[in-house]
Design a protein around this ligand. Structure first.
Ligand code: AMP
Length: 298
């Protein structure tokens, strides 16, 4: 079923212990769309400036990604992000950020996209996430991601957003920051009390935890990947695999969805930018999904 995403479309520069990838394609909505399109058709909403060097028809050439919601703003500049990973490859620092189009009005949702049933509000300004969500008629399931930058600077918008979504997908440090709580399970409880029904916490190479308002919990380790070159986009690819599966299956089976998210993220981190996702197909994902199932059953 229809899966809509909005988020950042970025010109990234990424440094890892394995090298530097300059001015490459990135952004939360791009990673998400690539990942989710293995499972379900994706409708992409986003904005770029006239400086954007990427040809999106080429980027999504072999994917079922509808780019009618992509706005090219002639007098604006594309969002830019530069980050450096530490030797453990799990922690990173943002060296530089230029919001550009992300500080402007949100992109418009084309009329043909307003009936989308599954919605993912990938990492972008919470005010843009809220305004986008208001344009969708009757979504069945809505999830969002955020990060420290927005938690620290746009907390009020974020708390409004939490009341309007079904699920927050967030990383461990950000969950603790958002809840102002060091214990992860207590942090999850506090986030659930802010309004969302489910919180999925990503713990990098330690896997992920799902907690819902009914007290149910599910934990899954990460796929034990030997190849880790550039972790950028792992979180967005995790969300893409997870939401793609939910849109395809038409049900919120979080255990299977989290397992697919985990597997897709393990391919993303094997190469710079989106290259880890352009070089695989659905059967590679399914094979690794079965391997993860064997590794985690006892
Ligand atoms: P992830 O590694 O999954 O957290 O996603 C990394 C991607 O998020 C990069 O491609 C960045 O361009 C993008 N990004 C970084 N900071 C922000 C931000 N504040 N808002 C939206 N997207 C961002």
């Amino acid at each position: 079923m229809s899966l809509l995403v909005t988020g950042s479309i970025a010109i990234d520069t990424v440094k890892t212990p394995y090298g530097v990838s300059e001015e490459c394609i990135g952004g939360s909505a791009v990673y998400f769309s690539m990942a989710a399109s293995f499972f379900a058709p994706v409708r992409l909403i986003g904005a770029i400036g006239s400086d954007c060097p990427f040809d999106f028809a080429e980027v999504f050439a072999k994917r079922d990604v509808d780019t009618r919601g992509l706005e090219v703003r002639q007098h604006s500049k594309t969002f830019r992000w530069m980050g450096t990973y530490f030797d453990n490859m799990d922690d990173r620092k943002t060296d530089y950020i230029e919001l550009n189009v992300l500080a402007e009005d949100p992109p418009k949702v084309p009329a043909a996209f307003k009936d989308s049933k599954y919605v993912f509000l990938a990492n972008t300004a919470p005010s843009l996430q809220l305004q986008l969500l208001q344009q969708i008629h009757k979504p069945i399931f809505t999830a969002a991601d955020t990060m420290d930058f927005w938690i620290e600077g746009h907390f009020d918008d974020l708390t409004m957003l939490l009341k309007k979504i079904n699920c927050l997908i967030i990383n461990e440090d950000e969950a603790k920051l958002l809840a102002n709580e060091h214990n992860l399970i207590k942090a999850a409880g506090k986030i659930l009390s802010m309004g969302t029904e489910v919180v999925i916490i990503k713990k990098g190479e330690s896997g992920s935890v799902v907690c819902d308002a009914g007290g149910n919990r599910f934990v899954l380790p990460a796929y034990p990947a030997a190849e880790v070159i550039d972790p950028t986009g792992a979180g967005d690819s995790f969300a893409g695999g997870l939401m793609g599966y939910i849109a395809q299956a038409g049900k919120t089976d979080f255990a299977t969805a989290v397992a697919y998210g985990t597997v897709v993220a393990s391919f993303t981190i094997a190469d710079f930018s989106i290259n880890g996702l352009t070089s695989i197909n659905r059967s590679d994902i399914d094979k690794r999904f079965e391997a993860l199932r064997k590794l985690t059953s006892f």
